[in-house]
Every structure is written in C-alpha cells, then in structure tokens.
Design a protein around this ligand. Structure first.
Ligand code: ATP
Length: 248
C-alpha cells in the first residue's frame, strides 16, 4: 500500500470463536489475534462466504481498504485482512458490547442523558474526522455504531461510505434508546414525508417534552435539509436518489 503498511496478516495468527452476527457477505465472528509481539488481541472477524462471486469478494474488501485509512478513537480500527486465499477475512478491533441499538435498548436504566449526549458527541468527532479526510459515511444509523465500553461508542460498517448523511437522525435514535425512526414507512416514502415538513417526534425530556405528540409538522422548508435519512430497517439506497453536493 502507498504508506508502506501491509495489512495482509497470517491466517494462523487469527483464532475464530463464536459468531457475533451475520453480515452482508458472511458471518462475523469474535476472535483472538496474536500480534508479532505475542499479544493476544480480541478482534471481530468478518468472513466472506466462499461461494460468493469474485466481484462480491472485491466489494467485501473495499470496506477494509476504506477503514485502513482511519485512525480515530471513535472509529473501529482495521487490524488486517487475510485475502491471499479463501475464505477472505477482515479482522478488526472488537467492540465488546456489540451493536449500539441493542445496547441502548437493553441498558436503558443505566444510560442517563449525559451518557447519551456523550455518545452523540463521540460520533460527531468521528464524523468530523472523516470530513477532514474528505470522507463521508453515508449510512449513519444506530445499527452501524458499536459499543466498545459503557463510555465509548465507535463508528463501524464502512461498506457504504462515500458522503456524509444527516447526522441528527442517529442522535434521535440515541435519545430514543434505540427506537427505529420512521417505522412502518417505506424507504421511498421517507423523503416525501420530510419534504412535506413531517419530523420525528421530540425525544422525551427534550425542550419541554411533547411525549404524546406523534409528528410535529413545522413550516414547510424552502429547501429540505434532509436527504437520505435512514428509516427503520435497512435502507441502503434511499440516499442515492438525492445525493447533495458535498461541501468542498
Ligand atoms: P450489514 O450490511 O447488514 O450492516 P455487514 O456486512 O456490514 O452487514 P456488520 O453489520 O458490520 O456486517 O456486522 C454484522 C454484525 O456483526 C453486527 O451487527 C455486529 O453485531 C457484529 N459486529 C461487526 N463488527 C463488529 C465489531 N468490530 N465488534 C463487535 N461486533 C461486531
């Protein structure tokens, strides 16, 4: 690679353990990586199914190529890749507590507003870092944020990264303890709703609290501020329909 960093690692330094989840390309395992100094580092290993086509494998590795450029405390770090033979693996730093959405839902009782705002702040430092590298994530949502420790969240899943998406939706998800925005609304219908002035309900406790109000329609904006909002579920393509010109 251009910076002289070779991310290829020897497969026998990686020991796969339990499955953590299923990714788009294959299972994601917990694992242990033994580095050159003999340290045992807990890792997450994304695997690419062997029956995937070659073009899929390339697509899979793209995420690693993107991640290797980053070095930030709130972005999941790439440890290395095993790409010289099959199955291809992407080895990365393990976020011990897994997906933020589930963490928010399961730990409500010990997540005070300060912690939620800290998470939002940490993610904004990660986004600001990405922007400084002229990078954009494109899929900011609670499901793509991982929890490393009770006081530290990290941005993961760079499969879609390209341009920065509206961040407020993710902060809404945090303040709502992991509730998905726009549930029951089709991806393609979200933009229309937003253009019509519909907004997500204010999270409890924010600004005088309007807990019972469903949707607060403010005056119709002259130009919609949102584009490519991630509604409930997976929402990969909505952003492609209205990609704003990124600031230079
Ligand atoms: P999708 O496209 O559906 O988001 P993906 O291929 O991008 O899938 P991920 O969502 O990144 O795969 O990973 C699948 C699951 O594996 C995650 O939901 C999470 O539970 C777990 N996981 C991924 N990376 C890590 C990590 N670094 N630390 C801990 N768990 C992880």
């Amino acid at each position: 690679s251009p910076d002289g960093h070779d991310y290829e690692i020897q497969r026998d330094r990686v020991c796969l353990k339990d499955i953590l989840g299923n990714g788009q390309f294959g299972d994601v395992h917990k694992g242990i990586y033994r580095d050159k100094d003999g340290n045992e580092i807990p890792v997450a290993v994304k695997t690419c199914k062997e029956d995937n086509e070659e073009s899929m494998t390339e697509k899979f590795l793209e995420e690693a190529l993107i991640m290797q450029q980053f070095d930030h405390p709130h972005i999941v770090k790439l440890v290395g890749i095993c790409s010289e033979n099959r199955p291809v693996w992407i080895v990365m730093e393990l976020a011990k507590h897994g997906e933020m959405r589930a963490y928010l839902q399961n730990n409500k009782h010990r997540l005070d507003l300060c912690t939620l705002i800290m998470y939002s702040y940490q993610l904004s430092t990660a986004l600001s870092y990405l922007e400084s590298k002229k990078f954009v994530h494109r899929d900011i949502a609670a499901r793509n944020v991982l929890v490393s420790a009770h006081d530290s969240v990290k941005l993961g899943d760079f499969g879609l990264s390209r341009w920065v998406e509206e961040q407020r939706v993710c902060i809404w998800e945090i303040l709502m303890y992991g509730i998905k925005p726009f549930q029951g609304v089709k991806n393609n219908d979200v933009i229309g709703k937003i253009e019509n002035g519909e907004r997500l309900p204010l999270p409890p406790g924010s600004n005088g609290s309007v807990e019972d109000e469903e949707v607060v329609p403010p005056p119709k904006p002259a130009r919609p501020q949102f584009a490519g909002v991630s509604p409930a579920g997976s929402t990969r393509n909505i952003s492609q329909q209205s990609i704003p010109t990124p600031p230079n």
